[in-house]
Design a protein around this ligand. Structure first.
Ligand code: NAD
Length: 285
């Protein structure tokens, strides 16, 4: 993998939750290429091992570990395994997250027809079920809070460390159709600021990256029709992204490297950095 530049993260131990996924798998490979020892934590151990083995084939250090970010015991077991294998974690990237169809309305705007229930198979705001909303909220928010509790304890003891949360465009202005994901990512932005202040006397810096739009497994159905053409929503996103394209996972590496570098960002904490081709800066007019 070609990385944008090198920073002072050599031999640092990095834990990346959701590290088997598209964006965080790329982050894992990028951090490893820059000399860090990378632990890939994911529900999907097989995919995590695949990422780890790609990293090892490139001559770098990686360790795959099964972990459910919604179960504290599972995270504690992962932490112990990582400590034995690579050492105690210096940098935590809270990447596990995403949306779910059960937290998604069919239409952007509520109409009388939704109330009359006469749109076949349509999910209106009133059809959303608590369990679906809770699933999305928990995965994104609780799934960031619990690993932070588990992994930062040793950072406090060591007198320093770094936490990177993954927020979203939703956190600035909610996107239509996905109320739970929007609220959860707004919570991540807020929590990033809260944690940065809370940890400010410990040497731990806390920042977030807010990716714009990247085509990945979790949003594929919202963005691409079965015939391979962009959906109306995808076309709308591109129209509202001044750079007129989706991002590629490698686009996140520059911001990640900078934020994790003690030399580069030693006075930076509590920020949320958009990497979005200008989407969040554009009003559409
Ligand atoms: P992805 O679906 O490719 O990866 C998510 C990974 O998280 C998967 O490997 C999955 O197995 C893992 N995971 C799910 N539940 C878990 C759990 N309970 N415990 C541990 N691991 C679990 O997603 P992605 O697109 O690479 O997204 C990564 C992060 O970036 C997410 O937080 C997502 O919300 C955020 N994000 C994505 C986009 C985008 O355009 N794709 C935009 C903004 C923000």
């Amino acid at each position: 993998m070609s990385i944008p530049y090198r920073v002072d993260i050599e031999d640092k131990v990095v834990a990346i939750t959701g590290g088997a996924g598209v964006l965080c798998g790329c982050m894992a490979k990028g951090m490893a290429e820059s000399g860090a020892k990378v632990a890939i934590l994911d529900l999907n151990l097989e995919m995590a091992e695949k990422v780890a083995s790609e990293i090892k084939s490139a001559g770098n250090t990686a360790f795959a570990v099964k972990c459910n970010v919604l179960e504290k015991l599972s995270i504690e077991e992962a932490e112990e395994a990582i400590r034995k294998e690579l050492g105690s974690v210096d940098i935590l990237i809270n990447g596990a997250g995403g949306n779910h169809p059960k937290g998604t309305t069919s239409n952007e705007f509520l109409t009388q027809a939704d109330l009359d229930n006469d749109i076949a198979d349509a999910v209106s705001f009133y059809d959303l079920e608590q369990a679906g909303i809770q699933f999305v909220f928990n995965l994104n928010f609780i799934g960031t809070l619990l690993p932070t509790q588990v992994f930062t304890k040793n950072m406090v003891k060591k007198g320093g460390g770094c936490v990177i949360n993954i927020s979203s465009m939703n956190s600035f202005t909610p996107l239509t159709k996905i109320p739970a994901y929007s609220a959860a990512k707004a919570a991540i932005t807020n929590f990033t600021q809260w944690l940065a202040v809370h940890f400010s006397k410990t040497g731990i810096r806390v920042n977030a990256i807010a990716p714009g739009f990247f085509l990945t497994a979790q949003n594929e159905k919202l963005l691409m029709n079965e015939d391979g053409n962009w959906t109306e929503r995808a076309q709308k996103i591109i129209r509202n992204t001044p750079m007129e394209k989706f991002g590629s996972p490698e686009d996140l590496l520059g911001a990640l490297f900078w934020l994790t570098s003690e030399k580069g960002a030693g006075f930076v904490t509590g920020t949320v950095i958009p990497v979005d081709g200008g989407f969040s800066a554009y009003s559409g007019v």
